[in-house]
Unconditional design. Sequence first.
Length: 447
Amino acid sequence: MTNFEVKNGVVIIPEGTTTIDWDSYADYTNLKSVTIPASVTNVSAGSFLNSPSIESIVVEEGNPIYDSREGCNAIIETATNTLIAGCKSTVIPNSVTRIAPYAFWACSSPESITIPESVTEIGVKAFCSCVSVKNINILGNITKIETNTFKDCISLESITFPEGVTTIKDKAFSGCISLKNITLPKSITKIGKAAFDRCLSLESVNIPKKVTKIREETFSECTSLKEIVISERVKIIESRAFSKCRSLKSVTLPKDLKNIGWDVFQDCISLESITLPKGLEDIGWSAFQGCVSLESIIIPESVKTIGWSAFEGCSSLKSITIPKSMIKIGAFAFIACMSLESIVVEEGNPIYDSREGCNAIIETATNTLIAGCKSTIIPDSVTVIESNAFEGCTTLDRITIPESVTKLDARTFYGCTSLKAIYVAKEKIDTIKSMLSIELQEVVKEK
């Protein structure tokens, strides 16, 4: 566009100007008033990005492309009834059918915004970073909430959706840290990735019945979330969907759920109980890592795989039973579970066993002990103790290593800070010491 001046917060656009480009007035934080000359025929979306102080937008009479009808303090494309740019004083006219991308981005908006019934579409980032808005009432016939539409509206406390919305796209409400409660309409079928992540004040949410998948990071870091009701139709919960929801105490998962993705409940430090459905097949990497209040969990007969670090750091977990359906347990699955005192593998499992009531998980074909606890008694048939098998077991104070063991390493007992005695047959002492860290070599004793 041609040159322009800003005097005392008023932008002066010369007559004859035809185009206002993308971010022409971006970051003018003290800009208060804009008048669009009748000569302007092209205003790009995002022309006034991050200009929060604008309180007056006027399009001159006679402009053939744009208007500011009804003194609305906005730029509206006349032919399409599209609101291109608004400000903190904008009142959206009932004739507007579309709100363009970036229309209010970083606007110091009023505390309450009403989107009229005439609106059928709201563009990407339309209200992103509107830091003052507290309430939004959508009356329009909207079917989807676009990506980043209300992202980082940090004062937003409530929003009313019309019935008929089917899709909430990625990060639509991400970072709305004051949003406490939200009622999603029954018409919702899809909720995008990180749609509500970092909504720090969100306390409860009810997933509508038509939703079949909870995408990754959907409610990640919703640190006040205490209650979540998940639709029975949900079959997949993707990675980090509820990670770091530090106030979440209990969850009942839907009966048709097949997969829990990686990090889904990671660091949910208040989670005390969770019911896993009977048809569940896979528990992903770090799915429950750091759930320090989780005392018990029943793994259903249908589960086939447990991923790496799935229960790492579940320091209150007291017992675990591995069903006969299990065919793969990832590394570090139960490390740092210092309260664990009972580990049982069900009879009939083709891959693993807990022979002789040893309170450990042993890979049957290789006689490798892959996970132990403070109550483990290593059977004489074990030949290998896996690296990290006892890692972080701070309550383990003594262990006997049978003569059959030919391999372990410095990390097998890493972090076992209470370990005072490792009993070994006299003829094996030097061999076992050579495999251990210097600190643990000092506690090796003859049995």
